[in-house]
Write a protein that binds this ligand. Structure first.
Ligand code: ATP
Ligand code: MN
Length: 468
């Protein structure tokens, strides 16, 4: 085959170099036609759109074309011409085709369209080849890029916090342990507790649930930082919004109070949504038309208004009134309860009809490091609640008083030996500071309109599932 430099389909579809010879490589989506002419819809992943290859059957031979079926990979040399067909500006009149790999129609699973999302999860190794997952993963990349750009442009530093940790940030027992010990032969002391002296780190270690505590170390030196990395939670919650392995973005800013924190969160999410609308419209349009007719409207809706800001106590009042007026929730509503997603969504979707930032939660349902309010009951927490998702961001102003923080740590019985380095931020040059965590896949749920978080990460890890 004549050597012609490859052009990506995304660029060819914009090209006006009619009459020039081009090369394109990709995977066959469909091939149809007649005895005289064959039409190949080719996709190379660079865009949701296919390029049409027009083949003179007589010239290349019917037998040669036979293995060019859905899923086969080919390289095509041909002439770029203006297309007479609808839906595309250009097409390629093939002069030469090389077949890289065939895909047996009897065994290649992505034959016809309309597979269920459940089935596609079982073939997560092949699902990026579908239009839907191509769109989702291109959007995922774009959102990651937008996040780095947002923070970099504002003078934040990307800070790498450890993935293996010996401290449990939230004080919760839902971490994955990391060990090199022989699980069949573990040394225990006289009380039956495992002796970790011989383990790799010489103590119990786990995968991180959050980079926040180390992020605070960085914020109280570099000023404003963000983390963007994988986090792990062994919570056994089989919901459409929870993964065992997910990516989190955690900005942390010295001298920011809770109001600055709310402003940052709102500006940040709006920036990401605007970026998606500006840079991923082909993919979003596809998802809007195929899955979720309200998607584009919902994305634009979030940009339009300011997010509602209201205290947890006011939120509970609204929910209690709703219950009094006949609204039925699965879980009870009372002051002190940890809100369920149905409560959060009621506030956002039914009551205010826009995103809500809920603040000043009861201290019992929030983490030890949140700044305590004067009332002695609540802390300066903020959760950003979104339509269809519920909580998308959780954050707070941090307790900067050494004494108050220490008292809280002792009240909760968090082992001091794990916390000494964290407390040093309050011992030496403590400052007011704030931050939050955005679940990357929750943002992607919102931007793609997908209903299940397993469908916005390439290889989801959930209870009883770590395939691929
Ligand atoms: P939820 O109440 O929804 O379980 P959380 O309060 O445990 O969340 P945080 O500890 O505040 O969550 O984590 C910060 C953010 O990380 C959340 O706002 C959410 O966007 C995301 N997140 C938390 N847990 C998960 C999970 N298991 N899978 C995916 N994203 C998550
Ligand atoms: Mn939270």
């Amino acid at each position: 085959m004549e050597l012609v430099k490859r052009t990506k389909i995304v660029d060819l579809l914009k090209s006006e170099a009619y009459g020039s010879t081009v090369n394109v490589k990709g995977w066959v989506r469909t091939r149809r036609g007649s005895k005289q002419v064959s039409f190949i819809a080719l996709n190379d992943g660079s865009t949701i759109n296919n390029i049409q290859i027009v083949v003179d059957v007589e010239k290349l031979g019917e037998d040669f074309l036979k293995p060019i079926t859905t899923g086969a990979s080919i390289s095509v040399n041909g002439v770029l011409v203006q297309s007479q067909g609808k839906g595309q500006n250009v097409e390629i009149q093939a002069t030469e085709i090389e077949i890289y790999g065939t895909a047996d129609p009897n065994t290649y699973p992505l034959q016809k369209k309309g597979h269920s999302m459940e089935f596609l999860r079982e073939i997560a190794h092949l699902r990026p080849r579908t239009n839907t997952f191509g769109a989702i993963f291109r959007i995922r990349h774009n959102m990651a890029y937008a996040i780095h750009k947002f923070f970099h442009d504002r003078g934040f530093f990307y800070f790498h916090t450890p993935i293996i940790t010996a401290s449990d940030c939230e004080g919760a027992g839902q971490m994955f342990q990391v060990t090199t010990m022989n699980l069949y032969d573990m040394k225990k002391d006289e009380n039956g507790s495992i002796i970790y002296d011989g383990d790799f780190f010489g103590k119990q270690a786990s995968l991180t649930v959050s980079g926040q505590l180390e992020g605070e170390l960085a914020a109280t030196s570099l000023g404003q930082i963000y983390t963007f990395g994988p986090t792990f939670r062994a919570e056994n919650s089989n919901t459409p919004r929870h993964l065992a392995e997910f990516w989190m973005i955690e900005p942390e800013v010295a001298f920011n109070d809770i109001n600055d924190n709310m402003e940052l969160a709102e500006e940040f999410i709006k920036y990401c949504v605007q970026w998606a609308l500006d840079n991923c419209m082909d993919d979003i349009k596809f998802l809007n038309d195929m899955f979720d007719k309200g998607l584009i409207e919902r994305l634009q809706g979030v940009l339009k208004d300011s997010f509602v800001r209201l205290t947890y106590t006011e939120g509970i009042k609204i929910l209690e009134e709703a219950v009094a007026n006949g609204k039925q929730f699965e879980f009870p509503v009372y002051w002190g309860v940890d809100l369920a997603s149905e409560h959060e969504r009621y506030l956002v979707e039914d009551h205010f009809k826009k995103p809500v930032i809920l603040t000043d939660y009861p201290k019992e349902i929030k983490a030890f490091y949140m700044k305590q309010n004067e009332d002695g009951k609540t802390v300066r927490a903020m959760d950003v609640l979104f339509p269809k998702i519920g909580e998308i961001i959780g954050g707070s102003e941090r307790e900067e008083s050494y004494d108050k923080l220490l008292t809280r740590i002792e009240e909760l019985g968090i082992p001091m030996k794990d916390m000494w380095w964290y407390l040093d931020t309050r011992r030496f040059g403590t400052v007011p500071h704030s931050g939050f965590g955005l679940g990357f896949e929750r943002l992607l749920l919102f931007v793609t309109g997908m209903a299940n978080i397993r469908d916005v990460i390439p290889f989801p890890r959930t209870p009883k599932n770590a395939e691929f």
